[in-house]
Design a protein around this ligand. Structure first.
Ligand code: ZN
Length: 416
């Protein structure tokens, strides 16, 4: 899909995305269907683009892996990423955030220092803007290619960094017969519904001895970093790894750790993301059962749930104030933050006249019966704007005041 709205997305019915029956999901690591529900996350559906309206956060009673259960099949996620991708920077008029750029450069520098040769063939799965590969190329790695199912991402990677990109799925690349020395998965594994299938494809791309570099959020340290309550259970993140679960997953598929490191990544002016950086070597084609149970992920999850419960009370009291004020407002953002609040707080009782959203894929759609407008439409509006984001609160304020030059009253949910 072209950037800049040259082709409109045809709104799809919610039913089309939800045709797959929502079933209990077996543990992607040990394969058992024996999990304990720890939390229920719910979202109000955006018309036509609902991927999930909610899910249970569960922990496997056998191996300790924490994941989302009661979600659609992988094919629904594939379609969502192809059609609704926000990773090509359409929301910033094609510009990349300074934080994304810095984060990807940091990751590239770390990986480059660990690889034995600059001639290795490297493929980055879910390459988005291509910045990470460009940063590796700047460090002497010339044999690079990206893979992204979104044509918009591929176009962005070519436009911004002249990085070659295969516009296809992981399965299509695996079937092509190409093979690589290094496969990188940065912020990918937490999105995948069918991890068995993904590893079938990954092992087709990576011969024995090949290296797999992975970055995923770290559920054991979710509670250590400030974010909006329950924001780590987003509509897109459905696997919640701790270091042990990540190692168990890899072991099951014949990969042994080279290193596993817990660290953090800067996401915005206000937000640091918990993170695991790890490299694995493909040792065999023989699957092995996980040998060590993950004890830390559930402990980290419970710590996070306790923190979120407290912070959610404060957030809900601020929403209650908006209900009492009883005046028409605009809401900026239709992502996880807003759709969760619509489903779980009194936000739906506030007189919201319209939503403003940077991702062009949503323009022309509705949320709770109200239109989703593009940012420039704010110039014609006088209502106060509720900034429904903690991660990007500061950036949105800047966009409204500096880029759009709008003087609307701004309602912030989080203390600066
Ligand atoms: Zn398990």
């Amino acid at each position: 899909m072209a950037i800049g709205g040259t082709r409109r997305m045809v709104p799809r019915s919610e039913a089309e995305y939800m045709t797959a029956e929502l079933t209990l999901r077996k543990c992607a690591i040990c394969g058992m269907l024996d999990a304990q529900t720890r939390f229920r996350q719910t979202f109000a559906p955006v018309d036509g683009v609902a991927l999930v309206n909610g899910y249970d956060v569960v922990s496997c009673n056998c191996c300790g892996f924490v994941f989302a259960s009661g979600i659609p099949e992988q094919s629904a996620f594939d379609r969502y990423y192809r059609e609704m991708s926000k990773y090509e920077y359409s929301q910033r008029n094609g510009r990349e955030s300074e934080f994304d750029a810095r984060r990807l450069d940091t990751i590239a520098a770390g990986l480059a220092s660990r690889l034995p040769s600059t001639s290795l063939r490297i493929v980055d799965i879910g390459c988005a803007s291509g910045r990470f590969l460009a940063s590796l190329r700047d460090r002497g790695f010339g044999n690079i290619v990206g893979l992204d199912p979104s044509p918009a991402c591929a176009a962005t990677a070519r436009r911004l960094y002249s990085v070659p990109v295969h516009t296809m799925t992981l399965g299509e690349l695996a079937a092509s017969g190409e093979s690589f020395d290094v496969v990188t998965l940065i912020g990918v594994l937490e999105h995948l519904q069918d991890l068995d299938l993904a590893f079938e494809h990954l092992t087709a791309l990576l011969p024995v001895g090949g290296l797999l570099y992975v970055e995923v959020p770290d559920v054991t340290t979710f509670a250590d970093w400030s974010n909006a309550p329950y924001q780590d259970f987003s509509t897109e993140h459905i696997n919640f790894f701790g270091p042990r679960s990540l190692m168990n997953l890899m072991q099951v598929h014949g990969f042994e750790p080279v290193f596993v490191e817990q660290n953090c990544r800067e996401q915005s002016r206000r937000t640091i993301m918990s993170n695991i950086s790890a490299m694995f070597r493909r040792e065999s084609t023989q699957p092995a059962s996980p040998t060590v149970r993950d004890q830390e992920s559930v402990v980290g999850l419970q710590r996070y749930l306790t923190r979120c419960a407290v912070e959610d009370l404060l957030l809900k009291s601020r929403i209650d104030q908006l209900v009492i004020a009883n005046r028409p407002i605009l809401v900026w953002g239709v992502g996880t933050h807003t759709t969760r609040l619509l489903a779980t707080s009194r936000l739906a009782e506030v007189e919201i006249v319209a939503y403003i959203e940077s991702n062009a894929r949503y323009h022309g759609l509705t949320l709770n019966g109200r239109p989703i407008l593009e940012p420039t439409s704010l110039k014609q509006r006088a209502e106060p704007v509720l900034i429904s984001s903690r991660v990007f609160q500061d950036e949105i304020v800047d966009q409204i005041r500096s880029d759009l030059r709008c003087a609307n009253e701004l309602i912030l949910l989080y203390d600066v």
